[in-house]
Design a protein around this ligand. Structure first.
Ligand SMILES: Cc1cc2nc3c(=O)[nH]c(=O)nc-3n(C[C@H](O)[C@H](O)[C@H](O)COP(=O)(O)OP(=O)(O)OC[C@H]3O[C@@H](n4cnc5c(N)ncnc54)[C@H](O)[C@@H]3O)c2cc1C
Ligand code: FES
Length: 461
């Protein structure tokens, strides 16, 4: 088969019309790609004989052999264990090179600290690399600039600082575990992938910034595991990163900003968006985005949801239903709609697994998107030297993620005794964060952060 340079294995297979990437172990049901960013494991395949490769983030290389895993994979051979591990020591490890992690790393390196930034993706920028629209938010934090351009700008800044020797970047590298290091240091295991093989790194750092972003939420309905049911981020990754159409006719579930923006991008790619269904009685996203869809004649049905996706080996249609004011299906309102793609834009959950490994205090804060680390206004968690920033500290936006990253980067440097003058900088960033969260669309994060403050106060009392 053919693919393009820069494709992932999964995007190349999609371009060839192959949506089934794996089979369920018990019932042998077809499974496809769901998140597209290495977070859900629905794309595991055997690649060059190596089992459990996440093909959505594995690069396509010439002559690669890719197989469906329809049984439990064999235990990998001992090649990996026998390779010598590489040992690295830094002042700050930043996990995640999205807007939060990049801003944290840049800011910390500017203060003179030695920073290592690691990301499991093939490119830097996190969610930004698929945001082709002009960003909303504050003019002080890149509003009106396209997300992809913000990623380019941040990368330029990072590359400039790389020359000073203060920043090292590791891509295609997953931070898989945190351990106790010597003399109050933190120790991490990082797997760097090279040609589907792996090199183990042991990284020791004095502080760490966890900026691992978020995971797309799944919705409970019959057939939600059929190939052709995607998270909105995966649809964007296919279209905007790899130039591959996810399907020809889409039902969008969710009318928040993500659902509305991705619907518009689907239309721009020449794909039919049959309708947007939204369980809430009102549209959650900005009306400017809803108006664009209406101009294209796309109906946005509030108080509606999906109850089934049907099809033999992939999505062939859905059943949607009208909901009453208690969000219960109204009898007789079921409607069958033919389509080949279901796109779920029903919220995100912070990626917090590494934080749990540290034993950081985690609490459920619905307005933040789920369980989040208690943290102070320096973005420091309840474990000294462990900082958090961006969507992994509570779901918000790239604009706030960047400022939180800057605060975490400066605070981590200050904790290590670098550039005491940076205290004023920290104050300035905190003011900026308050300004970004002012106004009606900042209400949810304001509530979330207030709750986190109160829970932290209670814990420290
Ligand atoms: C459709 C859509 C439209 C949006 N529009 C806007 C907008 O107009 N304005 C705005 O301000 N925001 C917008 N956002 C939100 C914005 O993209 C996110 O809030 C922002 O990207 C969060 O930044 P982050 O750095 O916290 O996380 P991410 O951008 O998700 O980056 C996290 C990074 O961490 C890496 N990672 C995770 N775990 C590990 C690990 N264990 N080891 C190594 N690396 C790891 C990931 O690969 C990823 O690159 C939009 C989002 C979407 C989906
Ligand atoms: S991990 Fe590859 S699609 Fe989710």
């Amino acid at each position: 088969m053919d693919g393009l340079k820069g494709d992932s294995i999964a995007s190349a297979l999609h371009a060839q019309g192959i949506k089934t990437l794996t089979k369920s172990l018990r019932y042998d049901l077809p499974r496809g790609f769901f998140c597209g960013i290495g977070k859900c494991s629905s794309c595991l395949m055997r690649v060059n004989g190596i089992p459990n490769i996440r093909t959505c983030i594995a690069p396509l290389l010439e002559g690669v052999k890719v197989e469906i895993q329809d049984k439990l994979p064999d235990i990998p051979d001992a090649k990996f264990q026998s390779k010598p591990k590489k040992i690295v020591s830094v002042d700050i490890l930043v996990v995640g090179a999205g807007p939060a992690g990049l801003s944290a790393a840049i800011e910390a390196a500017k203060q003179g600290t030695k920073v290592l930034i690691a990301d499991e993706n093939l490119q830097i920028g996190g969610q930004l690399i698929k945001q082709t629209h002009k960003f909303f938010g504050s003019k002080y934090e890149k509003a009106g600039t396209r997300g992809i351009q913000i990623a380019v700008d941040l990368e330029k800044e990072l590359k400039e600082l790389e020359k000073s020797g203060n920043i090292d970047l590791m891509l295609n590298s997953t931070v898989i575990g945190c351990y106790e290091g010597k003399k109050g240091k933190h120790k991490f295991a990082i797997i760097k992938r090279k040609n589907y093989d792996s090199i183990l790194y042991e990284v020791e750092s004095r502080t760490v910034v966890i900026a691992t972003g978020a995971m797309e939420n799944m919705l409970l309905f019959t057939g939600n595991d059929l190939p052709g049911v995607y998270g909105a981020g995966a649809v964007q990754t296919l279209m905007n990163v790899f130039g591959v159409k996810p399907g020809n006719k889409v039902i969008m579930v969710g009318a928040g900003n993500v659902g509305l923006i991705v619907s518009y991008q689907l239309l721009q790619a020449g794909i039919i968006v049959d309708r947007v269904v939204e369980a809430a009685p009102i549209i959650g996203g900005y009306h400017v985005h809803a108006a664009k869809l209406r101009r294209y004649g796309v109906p946005i049905l509030t108080s509606h949801s999906i109850i089934e996706a049907y099809g033999k080996d992939k999505v062939e249609g859905v059943v949607i239903v009208k909901l009453d004011k208690n969000w219960q299906p109204i009898k007789g309102s079921k409607e069958k709609v033919a389509c080949d793609t279901v796109c779920l834009a029903v919220g995100l959950t912070p990626s917090t697994r590494l934080l749990y490994q540290f034993g950081v205090n985690m609490e459920f804060v619905p307005e933040a998107g789920g369980f989040v680390a208690l943290h102070d206004d320096s973005m420091q968690t309840t474990v000294k030297g462990v900082f958090v920033a961006g969507d992994s500290s509570g779901i918000e936006e790239a604009s706030t993620a960047m400022v939180e990253g800057k605060i975490a980067g400066v605070s981590a440097s200050l904790l290590l005794g670098f550039n005491k003058n940076a205290k004023d900088l920290k104050k300035q960033y905190k003011k900026e964060l308050d300004r970004l969260r002012a106004g009606p669309f900042g209400e949810k994060p304001r509530i979330a952060k207030r709750k986190i403050d109160k829970l932290l106060e209670k814990k420290n009392a």
